[in-house]
Design a protein. Structure first.
Ligand code: SAM
Length: 211
């Protein structure tokens, strides 16, 4: 999986000075190196652009790498709402999105995402694209809330669903993280309100459409 990803990144990824600066800012601020891969970021931009998305909801901002990729796919009237636990991370993400020219189109809600989602559901908000990339144990809860907030035919993208390939390794020692992602993937595959598939780039991204 690592080799395939390196190959895809090498062939399809051109230099991106801005995203490299975002990675540098994350490092300088002592934040973890867990942004989406360059190719996953490109996939997000393309999915937003192809689907003609106007309103995006992201769960898990970190330093704004995926936020920039998502925002690159929409027009001047697009908007991104991003849920982030850490105020420091949301502040850096806002700074990086502003540098990228999307400062007016992004809004950060800080605190536990489940609490923010509850408020958005109460406010009857609607989004046509979701990107789930926060604490994995809450993925099933995030998914159900996204479905509640979804416009017809909305797209839900979910990161890290291959758990570094371990979900497909039948001989590997059983690990809690792996079995949690296997269960989640099965749940998505059987979900009556979703049509979904996993795209095996980066750490695996599920692309689902709400029926
Ligand atoms: N999507 C980002 C990117 O690719 O640039 C990376 C997100 S990182 C993998 C996960 C983020 O989720 C972290 O910034 C973390 O602080 C945030 N997070 C973790 N638990 C959370 C929670 N309960 N509510 C909201 N955000 C949370």
């Amino acid at each position: 999986m690592k080799k395939i990803n390196q190959y895809i990144d090498e062939v399809f990824q051109t230099e991106d000075e801005l995203l490299e600066e975002v990675m540098q800012s994350i490092k300088e601020n002592g934040m973890p190196n867990i942004s989406v891969s360059p190719s996953s970021g490109k996939l997000l931009s393309m999915l937003v652009s192809i689907s003609g998305t106007k309103n995006i909801l992201e769960i898990g901002a970190l330093g704004g790498y995926s936020g920039i990729c998502l925002a690159r796919g929409f027009d001047e009237d697009g908007s991104l709402t991003s849920l982030e636990l850490e105020q420091k991370y949301a502040d850096l993400a806002k700074q990086n999105l502003t540098k990228a020219g999307f400062g007016e189109q992004v809004n950060y809600l800080t605190g536990p995402a489940l609490e923010s989602l509850e408020v958005l559901v109460q406010q009857n908000k609607r989004y046509d694209f979701f990107f789930i990339d926060a604490d994995k144990g809450n993925y099933p809860n995030y998914l159900e809330n996204c479905i509640k907030l979804a416009s017809p035919n909305a797209v839900i993208a979910i990161d890290n669903v291959l758990a570094r390939g371990s979900v497909a390794d039948k001989d590997a020692e059983p690990k809690r993280y792996t079995s949690m992602m296997q269960e989640f993937n099965q749940h998505v595959a059987n979900h009556p309100e979703l049509e979904a598939v996993i795209v095996p780039i980066g750490d695996g991204i599920t692309v689902a459409q709400v029926k």
